[in-house]
Design a protein around this ligand. Structure first.
Ligand code: PSU
Ligand code: MN
Length: 305
């Protein structure tokens, strides 16, 4: 039944059949997370890095009502040039697909689609989370509920401090989602290596992470795992500077009354503008680092079975 909706690229399905490493990549980061043409550059380079590590990339998007697992270069280009394509989180999927529309998948829906296709490891920049002031706005990303239920590991550089990182970690704890620091005991804050909040466990090798994933899922403990990989030190931003820009962007969003799914893309665009693309450069570099780590974990995971 699900096959009606899924369109898995031949290269990806062959890799899955042969138990070779596959890494899922999201499309909201392309359509709404970075400006054109850097978004395409980042998407293509991410795929290249996965191949260098011996894996197969599976960028995920909804195109004309089909869930695509693995995009062609023309499809990547299409997702990168059309910022009018709607951001598709869990609640949007049935509507977009039933109407034959396009959708850029968020962390939540990339996990969902990856799980449908049998892909277990996913790399991105940062996860969504509990927004600052959520006690009034109720703004908590659907990414966190997806991590609670869907068995896919998400390699990320932590979460941006546009979010309340402390509350995001509390939420993940409540829902039983392990948060692992890859080579760090401090949960990273995207542009900076440390948020000041501890991770639950520190693991230093892809093999140790792969083993933890296998045990979790063999125990029947459904749900994801957050693998937090700090930005490489040479690309880290200056903390006081970036936090100042973030605060300004968050209050500008409130002032302009930006709501719901539009908040995160608004803030991201504002950060890139205000830092004259310095944050975009760091953003790309941390994605590449996450993608490489994810490919290594996927390889270690496939060697376990
Ligand atoms: N954080 C980033 N870059 C992004 C996103 C988050 O640094 O591109 C995107 C991801 O697709 C994430 C989504 O899943 O925003 C979260 O949106 P929301 O807060 O509306 O759930
Ligand atoms: Mn939200």
């Amino acid at each position: 039944m699900i096959k009606t909706y899924l369109d898995i690229a031949e290269e990806v399905s062959q890799a899955l059949r042969e138990n070779r490493p596959v890494v899922a990549l999201e499309s909201t980061i392309i359509t709404h997370g970075m400006p054109y043409p850097e978004n395409i550059e980042s998407a293509m380079n991410s795929e290249k890095i996965i191949r260098e590590e011996g894996g197969v990339p599976a960028t995920i998007a909804v195109i004309k009502g089909k869930i695509k697992i693995g995009l062609t270069n023309a499809e990547l280009d299409y997702m990168g040039k059309n910022s009018a394509i709607p951001k598709a989180s869990r609640r949007d999927m049935a509507l977009l697909i039933s109407q034959g529309q396009d959708g850029a998948t968020t962390v939540a829906t990339t996990m969902l689609c990856a799980a449908l296709a049998g892909v277990r490891i996913f790399a991105t920049g940062g996860i969504g989370g509990v927004h600052k002031n959520a006690q009034e706005t109720f703004d908590i990303s659907a990414d966190l509920q997806e991590l609670a239920h869907t068995s896919v590991a998400v390699v990320c550089a932590g979460a941006k401090s546009i979010l309340d990182i402390g509350l995001t970690l509390e939420y993940l704890e409540t829902h039983g989602v392990p948060v692992i620091g890859f080579g760090t005991s401090d949960f990273p804050a995207f542009y900076i290596r440390k948020s000041g909040f501890p991770v639950d466990y520190r693991l230093d090798t892809p093999a140790a992470i792969a083993k933890a994933l296998r045990v979790k899922w063999e125990l029947g403990l459904q749900g994801g795992m957050v693998i937090a990989n700090p930005i490489p030190v040479e690309y880290e931003m200056e903390e006081a500077y970036i936090n100042g820009v973030i605060e300004e962007a968050v209050s500008e969003a409130a002032k302009q009354n930006i709501r719901g799914k539009y908040i995160t893309p608004f803030i991201l665009a504002r950060l890139h503008e205000q830092t004259e693309d310095k944050s975009l450069f760091s953003n790309k570099q941390l994605v590449y680092s996450n993608v490489r780590t994810a490919a290594k974990i996927a390889k270690a995971y496939s060697e376990l079975s």
